[in-house]
Design a protein. Structure first.
Ligand SMILES: Nc1nc2c(ncn2[C@@H]2O[C@H](COP(=O)(O)OP(=O)(O)OP(=O)(O)O)[C@@H](O)[C@H]2O)c(=O)[nH]1
Ligand SMILES: [Mg+2]
Length: 464
């Protein structure tokens, strides 16, 4: 058997970020993990005789230097009742970066080795604790960017995708069984009914799953929203308002923002990639000119642009050029800002008379928040095409690997249906059905090669 499938040596990794925090979790697993760890734990005799699923209080000890390193709580698991199916120890220590390094060093000195990314989940898979769809769901939960992608991943963790794939697989298996009976006993095909409809239904189910990947891409990639406008119009003030924090510098000095700043926020379940840009003007400063060039290219690529205008001042030459060029562009929202101040009538009139769709013009004040709700509603309306109604029970494919296998299975089913139409021999149909079952088995991990597993788990983070 290959090395990958016989892993029971003792591994350790930090499962929480390597940052100062109240607490951290250091995770370990392996056949002799408990006895090795007990050497650096104050309460070692209790630990060695402890039963699984127990919690122990004590100190991590540096025996070489004869000192205590940290006061900790330890969770002890015994095989097979643990995430990895092996004996395992989880240490909850104080989240000090110095302390974490010391504790991990002591683990290594006691005979553990650092785990590879995803190795705990790989062991859980190899111990048949989880299938591949659940393993991937764990990674998706960790990296989810929005509430929606998070909830969809949790749904998969509960096994929904596995059940779905398994149901399709069973349909194909029923078809294969009927064909095999026909082949084995050479019965007359009038005497046995071959369930061709199962293949048609499976094709439809696979199509639904394949389409769901496009939905996922929409939810995951988000909408690019760019704030543009002349210097001092209030772009950074609006940027901070969207993010609900003072991220971008706001000042009355024209040309404060020189380079673009990117951040994300969520509105109505949709992820927005928000850009604050350098104010447009004929700048003499080289750095500022580069920033303005970047602003222009971001505007071109954006799904939606909010062009901010200071309604208290005269329009700039750049404002007039931009309005003229984009007055009928439905992806540009013109926002007249600073309505808490005296409104410059000629500025307001010019914008009103130029912008073709009056609902694309909104008056706001980032100072007293007038008009902000209207702006939010307008943004939601404009990107409604991005909104996909996904129930939390829906199964959405979010892994490229799964998607490629689903496409392969779909192509095989289309091919099989063609052969059924052409009435090719039943042994060829059986061969194709068998291939489809294998392909679906690769999604759940029932059929998997070492290369596939190595490739998949290396994308996990350390400690997972
Ligand atoms: N009265 C009032 N002042 C505002 C409003 N919005 C922004 N300001 C002020 O206008 C000035 C410029 O605001 P910023 O948000 O820095 O403008 P900007 O468009 O990012 O400017 P640059 O980065 O220089 O291009 C600051 O002094 C803000 O406090 C508003 O709605 N009302
Ligand atoms: Mg700015």
């Amino acid at each position: 058997m290959s090395k990958l499938f016989e892993r029971d040596d003792d591994i350790v990794a930090l499962a929480t970020p390597f940052l100062s925090s109240a607490l951290c979790v250091i995770r370990s697993s392996g056949a002799s993990s408990i006895s090795k760890f007990s050497k650096i734990f104050s309460n070692h005799s209790a630990l060695n005789s402890a039963s699984g699923n127990t919690i122990h209080y004590g100190y991590i000890l540096d025996n070489e230097n004869n000192c205590k390193v940290d006061e900790v709580v330890v969770c002890l698991y015994r095989a097979p009742k643990s995430f990895t199916g092996q004996d395992a120890i989880e240490v909850m220590a104080h989240g000090s970066v110095v302390g974490i390094k010391k504790i991990i060093d002591l683990f290594l000195k006691s005979g553990f080795r650092m785990a590879e990314p995803g190795e705990f989940t790989l062991r859980a898979f190899l111990a048949k604790k989880i299938d591949l769809t659940k393993a991937e769901a764990i990674n998706e939960i960790v990296f989810a960017k929005t509430n929606k992608t998070y909830s969809l991943a949790v749904n998969k963790l509960s096994g929904a995708l596995f059940v779905k794939i398994d149901t399709i697989k069973k349909s194909i298996l029923n078809f294969l069984s009927a064909v095999s009976v026909y082949l084995d006993y050479e019965v007359d095909d009038h005497e046995i009914s071959i369930p061709f409809d199962l293949i048609l239904n499976s094709k439809a189910e696979l199509k639904k799953l394949i389409n769901s990947y496009k939905i996922y891409e929409k939810i995951d990639h988000g909408v690019t929203l760019v704030l543009a406008g002349s210097v001092n119009a209030g772009k950074s003030s609006l940027f901070n308002l969207f993010l609900k924090k003072d991220r971008s510098i706001v000042s009355s000095y024209p040309g404060t923002t020189r380079d673009y700043i990117e951040a994300s926020f969520e509105l109505d379940g949709i992820l927005f990639n928000l850009f604050d840009t350098a104010g447009l003007r004929d700048a003499d400063n080289f750095v500022e000119r580069l920033g303005i060039e970047k602003s222009n290219s971001l505007i071109k690529e954006a799904s939606l642009v909010i062009y901010v205008i200071d309604v208290n001042s005269n329009l700039t030459r750049d404002d007039i050029l931009f309005i003229d060029k984009n007055k009928s562009n439905s992806k540009i929202l013109f926002v007249l800002n600073k309505i808490d101040l005296k409104i410059n009538k000629s500025t307001e009139e010019f914008v009103r008379s130029s912008v073709l769709n009056s609902s694309n013009l909104i008056m706001i004040s980032t100072k007293n928040l007038e008009g902000i709700d209207i702006l939010y509603d307008k943004i939601k309306a404009l990107i409604s095409y991005e909104r996909v109604e996904v129930g939390l029970d829906d199964i959405i494919i979010s892994s490229r690997r799964q998607m490629q296998l689903l496409e392969k299975a779909y192509a095989l089913i289309v091919d099989l249906l063609g052969k059924i139409d052409r009435q090719v021999s039943y042994d060829m149909l059986a061969f194709d059905a068998y291939e489809i079952i294998n392909c679906l088995g690769e999604i759940t991990g029932e059929v998997s090669s070492e290369d596939v597993l190595n490739n998949m788990f290396k994308n996990f983070c350390l400690g997972k």
